[in-house]
Design a protein around this ligand. Structure first.
Ligand code: A2H
Length: 255
């Protein structure tokens, strides 16, 4: 882990019907249940196509304030307990534990997303010790997300292996949300193609692509959807984050 704190925005993606078996007892108590991916790019949430978890990692459902339940790693729940997110400082109550595989395909409602429903899908490059262990997927602007989505779409055996139904993946196309003049309105797709990336395991190339997209997106990016269409990313990023938090659709989290 780095020396400097990393400040994430946790986006609250609410679990919808049909409720996964392992979450039914919690749902039956009337609690709202959310997957809470950590992101550095809240301004890209319009383009969410799915949510990533690692099928073999262990996740928990943790009691948060306002009778809400967050699905995340235990490590991140412990950190949340010191960030005023749990009912009692230093305490975090676990209501259920399960593997990523047990909530695969869960249907979610994602804040700001143009897609009405997005699904939980497997990503192999998820780091258990970073953020919440959950990642929201914006394949237009995140090369890792694009690579993992292409893998799932192109590799039927991979879908079979992880029990991923075609309808959770195949209908979802990249949504252009940010134009980078002179580069692309789908920067992750452009970088993936330019660097000749072949899969989500191409770590070195994906890190290069990520750097390119992150820098260009922030410095030159212009939103082309939503209420801030026409505005530069650098000018509205903070505002979009604040609005998500004020409206109860996101929280701040650092580690
Ligand atoms: B970002 P940093 Cl559009 N494992 O959100 C793997 N990746 C993780 C993770 C984990 N446990 N937790 C968070 N992340 C991803 C959006 C996005 C992101 C876009 C473009 C770039 C980008 C949509 N995915 O990140 O290592 C999350 O993906 C590139 C920097 O803490 C999070 O932001 O610097 C980012 O990595 C955090 O990366």
């Amino acid at each position: 882990e780095g020396v400097l704190p990393q400040n994430y925005t946790l986006i609250k993606l609410q679990v919808q019907e049909p409720i996964p078996e392992v979450l039914k007892p919690i749902h039956a108590q009337g609690k709202k249940i959310y997957l809470v991916p950590g992101t550095l790019r809240p301004e890209t949430m319009y383009g969410q196509t799915n949510c990533w978890i690692h099928p073999e990692h262990t996740y928990g459902a943790y009691q948060m304030i306002n009778d809400e339940v967050f699905i995340c790693t235990e490590r991140s729940a412990r950190n949340m307990a010191y960030q005023k997110l749990t009912p009692e400082k230093g305490q975090y109550e676990c209501l259920a534990t399960f593997t990523g595989a047990q909530i695969m395909g869960a249907a979610l409602k994602a804040p700001l997303a143009i897609n009405k429903t997005v699904y939980v899908l497997p990503m192999m490059s998820i780091d258990e010790n970073k953020g919440t262990g959950v990642v929201t997927s914006v394949p237009s602007d995140a090369p890792d997300d694009y690579a993992a989505l292409v893998d799932l779409k192109n590799k039927q055996p991979m879908r079979v292996k992880f029990g991923v139904k075609d309808e959770w993946v195949m209908p979802f196309e990249v949504i252009p949300i940010i134009d980078i003049p002179g580069y692309s309105n789908q920067s992750a797709v452009k970088a993936y193609q330019d660097l000749n990336i072949k899969s989500q395991n191409d770590r070195v190339l994906l890190d290069q692509a990520k750097d390119i997209c992150y820098l260009k997106g922030f410095n030159d990016g212009v939103l082309i959807v939503g209420p801030y269409a026409g505005k530069k990313v650098s000018e509205v990023k903070k505002q979009i984050k604040e609005e998500l938090i004020q409206s109860g659709q996101a929280v701040e989290y650092s580690e």
